[in-house]
Design a protein around this ligand. Structure first.
Ligand SMILES: [Fe+2]
Length: 257
């Protein structure tokens, strides 16, 4: 089974890029299941219902989120109702939406979990470990493979989570920094891990944003409204291949398009 994971969609043009290319990339790479982190699809104000529907009809099977997902209030009801769009599981009580889902794929049940780290990232949520532990315990026997999107700033935090769930979660990929890392590894008990899978949006900027505005904000420390960069849209992601009978990852390949 091949699972494609695409990094944070950073703008409407990122959504459009996937609308135009994701089915083709799926077909060319024999992808069975695709997860897209959509948290910034509406340009740092979360993702709209329209963004979600567009991505889900363009080749994404499941959308994950992060620290910006809940900035868009119009998506709250959708998050409550949809089993295909997640927000981090370790948000507090009363938060709209769900932090995990179990979806069918080629006769197998894939549990996708979305969690947020709590080192150098706002809002500061509870530690993700106990939330992930509880879900694995509660859903035991009801899924064939688990996949975790750990949305976090610190690579050390993400790498530790990789080792903590090695052999329990088949695929663990990091998101949030928008910068793809080249540390993909099959851990000792068979979990495929990478610290960050990058982004999908305009190139030529600072994490997808207009570099002049980011420099101005950093120099002045004033609140400045960011805009998307102006380069050609580009997506980065990772394909994990796993053995269906063992749940172990057999190969990991970084891709860009
Ligand atoms: Fe984020």
């Amino acid at each position: 089974m091949r699972i494609l994971c695409i990094g944070d969609v950073t703008s409407p043009k990122g959504v459009e890029h996937l609308r135009q290319n994701l089915w083709r990339v799926r077909k060319e790479n024999g992808i069975d299941f695709c997860i897209v982190n959509a948290e910034n699809a509406a340009l740092i104000t979360g993702a709209s219902v329209n963004d979600a529907e567009t991505l889900l009809s363009s080749g994404a099977d499941c959308l994950t989120g992060g620290n910006h997902t809940l900035r868009n209030r119009s998506v709250y009801t959708y998050l409550d109702d949809s089993e295909y769009m997640l927000r981090p599981i370790n948000f507090g009580e009363g938060t709209p939406g769900h932090g995990y889902t179990v979806l069918d794929c080629n006769g197998y049940k894939i549990m996708v979990i979305n969690a947020m780290g709590n080192i150098n990232i706002e809002p500061v949520l509870d530690s993700p470990y106990s939330y992930i532990d509880r879900v694995l315990e509660r859903e035991a026997g009801k899924y064939d493979f688990a996949v975790l999107d750990i949305h976090a700033e610190a690579t050390g935090e993400k790498a530790a989570i990789g080792y903590a769930y090695d052999g329990k979660i088949s695929v663990i990929f990091g998101t949030h920094t928008h910068v793809p890392t080249c540390d993909e590894i099959i851990l000792p008990r068979g979990t495929g891990y990478i610290s960050d899978i990058g982004m999908c949006g305009e190139s030529g900027g600072v994490l997808g944003m207009n570099p002049e505005l980011v420099v101005k904000a950093q120099r002045s420390r004033m609140p400045i409204r960011f805009e998307a960069a102006s380069g050609a849209p580009r997506a980065t992601g990772v394909i994990f291949e796993l053995n269906e009978s063992t749940g172990k990852v057999t190969s990991i390949k970084r891709i860009a398009f």
